[in-house]
Design a protein around this ligand. Structure first.
Ligand SMILES: Cc1cc2nc3c(=O)[nH]c(=O)nc-3n(C[C@H](O)[C@H](O)[C@H](O)COP(=O)(O)O)c2cc1C
Length: 362
């Protein structure tokens, strides 16, 4: 099942990871909506936004980056799961996604030195403390750009608290009905900042050589794996390259992925960039697929490919060529939540519309 006449796995082949079955290889990439009006709680917007993409046929629907503590939000309007009170607000979303035969996933995150920002539609600038923002934190007192405030360097005690915040957030996510947990270690947010020698100049055991810089991601995964059920897939999103000389690169990503697999991570979601103001990035269709391919091959772990994947044949080829096990789509699924239906029609000459919509094919 799930193989074509050439015996290749394809986009609409189911994917079983641990105890969870995805009906196809299409995932909604995590996308911030900056729309919580109430301390990290999801709104009707989130229910309809994520729910529509489940109706649209994606096998896995990820929530946006959801903060593990209030200071870990990119903006005051981000989702958060730092208290038990958040659980019921998320439950109605996971319940609906499951009712559509899709799997609800959550991305949990801490924004580090890139926190306390305006919404993108208000220019995304820093909200300073005096204007209702908050003190950002990071591995070292280095700001993202010259314009930004300098983050407070985390103490070891505070690092331990962050590990606990991730762990508790993962536990709550399970109580809220999420079936896949993704840890956001990409895009220059807190854990990514620890990984890169450009943003982490600590001299203690969390800084310096590679083994030290990857202590935090490994320890978070270690602790999270202990509290989530063994049937729950654990994904990690990384920036496989930060596109700056002497920065984090693919080789380090391959090594980290091997280590993450050892502590029970199931899939590496391969993104890139975001940690340096000076990055040189040439984004074109499928520009990050090679990271997924190399990490899959060299670290022997499942991977997800993301980034300018918009065409059904392109997505199918990534799976058929064994470059990745899953494709994640962001903006194309914003444009068209029903993309999986059209992709199925294009590739398989059929589509699995919900009963209520069956007449679209008349
Ligand atoms: C509106 C928007 C919000 C995003 N928020 C997140 C996020 O919360 N977490 C994350 O890891 N990536 C985030 N991203 C990046 C996407 O998940 C995705 O990796 C990126 O857009 C590239 O994929 P695409 O070309 O299919 O859009 C966001 C992208 C967009 C467009």
């Amino acid at each position: 099942m799930g193989k074509d006449f050439n015996n290749k796995v394809h986009l609409f082949a189911p994917l079983k990871i641990r105890g969870i079955n995805l009906k196809n290889r299409i995932a909604v990439s995590p996308m911030c909506q900056y729309s919580s009006q109430n301390d990290g709680h999801p709104e009707d917007w989130h229910l309809v936004h994520l729910g529509s993409r489940a109706v649209g046929g994606a096998g896995l629907v990820f929530s946006e980056a959801t903060a593990v503590n209030p200071e870990g939000r990119i903006s005051p309007w981000d989702l958060g799961i730092w208290s038990d009170e958040h659980i019921p607000s998320f439950s109605r979303i996971t319940h609906f996604i499951k009712s559509q035969n899709s799997v609800p996933g959550i991305q949990i995150a801490h924004a580090g030195r890139k926190a306390s920002r305006e919404t993108p539609w208000n220019n995304g600038g820093e909200i300073r403390k005096e204007n209702g923002g908050w003190q950002t934190v990071g591995p070292s007192p280095l700001s993202f750009s010259e314009e930004d405030s300098v983050p407070k360097e985390l103490t070891k005690q505070e690092i331990n608290q962050i590990i606990e915040d991730f762990t508790k957030a993962a536990e709550r996510s399970i109580h809220a009905g999420f079936e896949v947990i993704e840890l956001h270690f990409a895009h220059g947010y807190l854990v990514c900042e620890f990984m890169s020698p450009l943003s982490n100049i600590r001299t203690d055991e969390f800084g310096g050589e590679l083994e030290n810089r990857i202590k935090l991601p490994i320890e978070i995964c270690n602790q999270v794996r202990k509290v989530v059920p063994s049937k729950t897939p654990l994904f990690v999103r990384i920036s496989a390259d930060e596109y700056v000389k002497n920065g984090w690169d693919l080789e380090q990503s391959i090594y980290l992925s091997i280590k993450l697999k050892e502590v029970g991570v199931d899939l590496i979601d391969c993104s890139s960039g975001g940690n340096s103001f000076y990055q040189k990035l040439d984004s074109k269709p499928g520009y990050q697929v090679n990271f997924a391919k190399e990490i899959r091959l060299k670290s022997k772990i499942l991977t997800g490919a993301v980034g300018l994947i918009t065409d059904p044949e392109q997505a199918d080829e990534i799976i058929q060529n064994e470059e990745a096990d899953l494709v994640l789509l962001g903006r194309e699924l914003l444009r068209n939540p029903y993309w999986p239906m059209y992709a199925e029609k294009t590739l398989n000459k059929c589509s699995s519309w919900p009963d209520q919509y069956l007449r679209v094919d008349e």
